[in-house]
Design a protein around this ligand. Sequence first.
Ligand code: AMP
Length: 284
Amino acid sequence: MLKKQSLKTIKSISTYRNWHKKNQGVIGFVPTMGSLHDGHLSLIKKSKKQCDLTVVSIFVNPAQFSPSEDLDSYPRDLESDRLLLKNLNVDVLFLPNKGLLYPKNYSTYVEEKLLSRGLEGEARPTFFKGVATIVVKLFNIIKPNFAYFGEKDIQQLKVIKKTVRDLNIDTQIVKGGTIREKNGLAMSSRNQYLSKKNLKELGIIYESLNCAKTLILNGGRTGTLIKKVVKEKLKNIKGLEIDYIEINCSETLKKLEIVDRDVVVSLAVLINGVRLIDNLEIKI
Ligand code: AMP
């Protein structure tokens, strides 16, 4: 068994840069907003396998929340997060505060303008600007060779890949599959807001995506029909509101009315004030 090392927590950029100078090797980086669950841990394990050193950041990024969203109430559990990171032998926890990353008069933002347009970008107009900005800032500090992102947030993964390509950033983006609860509900820090009843019944979200998959693989190729099938399934949950159900080209995220190529079926729902997203890629 691997001996547990102590987890080095770094809160300043200069301390990180000193550590980086002293520690040679391939660096894997997993940016997170904390409240870690098995979805995050699967990305960290990937990095541990592929890289010499693994850095995880925890930062609840204000730039990606709109004023009406849950920045203040976003779940935070640093002690439990530290323990999980220590158990995985993570080398560094980078734990900046808001003032370090967004000092007074901060005024520089990164905006990807193609893949950010629909889906989450439409529902949350400033979200990807905030995400791209923080990711580029963190990459400039951490200088990772590899960075790990989850397919659970498929549009985010694609926006970051595109940003890295467009800005010639020397970091390879690695994707990790969506980790789910036993009933299929995608793990998310926001699941903590859900009641036991909701947690149990919301496996239906993944079921609805799988219904779309079955339909498509059996020749159902019209968007309206596919969305109807997903909607019918979701109707079984009392109090659930659908924000969107969309079918997009897997590669370009272009909206499709007819499934004539590999697609990703994505959805966002609201239940008792909690917004959840999920998606399933379907190769035809
Ligand atoms: P967050 O802390 O929500 O910003 O997520 C940090 C990273 O973990 C992002 O790359 C997410 O896509 C990824 N992630 C979140 N939930 C899951 C999940 N259920 N399975 C795989 N990756 C996930």
